[in-house]
Write a protein that binds this ligand. Structure first.
Ligand code: 4AZ
Length: 580
């Protein structure tokens, strides 16, 4: 007996430690940041919200698209769905009641059974004075339970779901099948289908009321609920605030892992709505893969029009989107930046050259829209604004092609914390002067703005991106034609450059140093492409230990780190690709 218990002890000990931390799925440093469904560095905001400094904030109703389905609020006001959600988002009491204009008959009430229950019981719905109907136990999951609890006034949602035998509820011959996305605040926003209840179980919830310590085998949600650790990274929003799905190394089961380390359910893949920040859930490749697996999840589409989810998607498509990051991808494979290729026309339509009076072009820059150019702080001085010219539409610095335009610079904004010794915050904005006096914007011909990344989670180590510029090549000779090359993002910059590496910097290069930026490329762009080939300026060429040396990648200013800084100066509307 003694030896057996010792054996059990030995077997259980490592298992216990393993389960306690659950390092297989969760990323601890990320969990510590407390990300939720409101963290736009991880997920898209709702269409009635917008992203400011990494969090989703409520829009004002007038910022909603005008057309859209009219709905009725619990306060009996007729407005469109986005307007209603924006009002509700701002913590006004009113919420969704039904589709269509308000009329006198409509009601929608949710209650618990037994009547004296406060937070636990069977869910009953009363639509338009019809008798109270229980919700079916079929497909009753955490998404639905969280919505039901929110509806009942428990903002954190449910602790558990449960189903009970119909025997306990003999007075109803029907039940309502509920299907929610999980972000709704009222059961009326979900798809509700009335079905004959023969042997069906009915839905029961335990709504979250008091906070408690979580056990070692539980995950503590940001909203302080405890959920079993095995339910993290499973594509289901068990927490109700999504905090169990946004810091995942990998996803359980067949659920989909976004580059931003968010797990989304398999059924969101190839559903015509982009869920991952960089669009990888809607690529041809993923759609083909899903089709090959067969349509296991075809149910739920037939009555989708009843839920407000479809309307939410429609609103998304009606929101304006910034046109940025689209280039020609005709690869001109002409030999030989260091170890790169010569660029063809329209391949880098955001690349600009910055020319100081009386000197050659010695810095690059990148057009981000409006009259704004992003460059390195070490390339410019605020006091010399009037001496700079921004050349756009240029490929060759000696051939004076007629596509080239020169813009004067009205303002240079160098980052307030730029350090000339350490190159910390090596970033600056140039405001060009519109050539036409009557115009307030610049529209450089043959130029396309690059998109500005709003989240540091959009691209990560190993991703191949394009760096471009007129800097020195591998023979250290001056280049006249624009050169470019593929380099990979690296996450071990602090190991390479030690105390010379600071937050807001990023290393990128090739393992053998064969492709690199060099003197003269400074201020120019390192552009990463998302799954739809939309380009984002991930880095600005800043510094490095020599050029093209193995083990010494180039160092770039990490643009995502400065998104708010850029937005503060240019106006967020100029640089936000989504949710204007
Ligand atoms: C420079 O001197 C410079 N290899 C730019 C980039 C790199 C090194 C030096 C990165 O402007």
């Amino acid at each position: 007996m003694k030896s057996l218990s010792a054996l059990v002890f030995i077997l259980c000990l490592p298992l216990g430690i393993f389960q306690q931390k659950d390092n297989t799925y969760l990323i601890e440093e990320c969990v510590n940041n407390g990300y939720t469904q409101n963290s736009c560095e991880k997920v898209f905001c709702q269409p009635w919200q917008r992203c400011v400094d990494g969090s989703c904030f409520c829009k004002l109703p007038y910022q909603c698209p005008r057309n859209g389905t009219l709905v009725c609020s619990t306060e009996k006001r007729t407005l469109n769905y986005c307007q209603l959600k924006s009002l509700e988002c701002q913590r006004k009491k009113s919420r969704f009641m039904n589709r269509g204009r308000c009329s006198s008959q409509e009601t929608f009430q949710v209650s618990l059974k037994p009547e004296n229950a406060t937070s636990t019981g069977i869910i009953q719905v009363e639509v338009n004075q019809s008798p109270k109907t229980p919700v079916c136990g079929f497909n009753w999951g955490m998404n639905e339970a969280n919505v039901a609890c929110r509806h009942l006034g428990f903002p954190e949602g449910a602790d558990r779901t449960d189903t009970v035998d119909p025997k306990e509820d003999s007075d109803s011959l029907e039940c309502l099948k509920a299907r929610c996305r999980g972000i709704e605040t009222s059961l009326a926003e979900c798809t509700l289908t009335r079905v004959n209840k023969t042997k069906e179980k009915v839905a029961k919830v335990v709504c979250h009321t008091t906070h408690r310590e979580c056990s070692p085998r539980e995950f503590r949600c940001v909203n302080r609920k405890c959920i079993p650790s095995v339910k993290t990274c499973n594509g289901v929003n068990d927490c109700g605030d999504l905090s169990d799905e946004v810091c995942c190394k990998a996803c359980r089961g067949k659920n989909f892992h976004c580059h931003s380390d968010v797990c989304i359910p398999r059924r969101y893949v190839c559903d015509n709505e982009v869920d991952c920040l960089t669009g990888e859930d809607e690529t041809r490749q993923e759609c083909d893969k899903k089709r090959a697996e067969g349509n296991e999840h075809s149910e739920g589409t037939e009555d989708a029009e009843q839920s407000m989810d479809e309307e939410r998607r429609k609103i998304k498509t009606l929101l304006p989107q910034l046109q940025c990051g689209i280039a020609n991808h005709t690869v001109t494979r002409q030999k030989r930046i260091v170890g790169g290729f010569t660029a063809g026309k329209d391949e880098f339509p955001w690349q600009v050259a910055i020319k100081d009076v009386g000197t050659r072009v010695n810095c690059g820059g990148v057009y981000i829209g409006g009259c704004w150019v992003l460059t390195a702080a070490h390339c410019v001085r605020e006091s010399r604004a009037h001496t700079y010219l921004v050349w756009t539409g240029m490929l060759n610095t000696v051939k004076q092609e007629d596509i080239i335009e020169a813009f004067q610079v009205v303002k240079v904004i160098v980052h307030e914390k730029y350090n000339t010794k350490t190159y910390e915050n090596d970033i600056a904005l140039l405001e060009m002067k519109p050539r036409d006096k009557n115009q307030s914007t610049c529209y450089p011909r043959d130029s396309v703005p690059v998109c500005v990344p709003w989240s540091k989670y959009m691209f990560k180590g190993g991703h191949q991106c394009k760096v471009s510029g007129w800097g020195l090549n591998e023979e250290f000779s001056t280049q006249f034609g624009l050169k470019w090359g593929y380099i990979s993002l690296m996450e071990n910059c602090s190991e390479i450059y030690g105390n010379r590496y600071f937050e807001g910097m990023e290393c990128a290069g090739t393992h053998d140093g064969s492709v690199d930026s060099c003197k003269g490329d400074s201020g120019g762009p390192l552009v990463c492409f998302d799954s739809n080939n939309v380009g984002y300026v991930w880095g600005v060429v800043s510094w490095g230990e020599n050029c093209g040396e193995k083990g010494h990648p180039g160092v770039y200013t990490k643009v995502a780190h400065y998104f708010s800084w850029i937005g503060r100066h240019t106006g967020l509307n100029h640089i936000s690709r989504y949710n204007l």
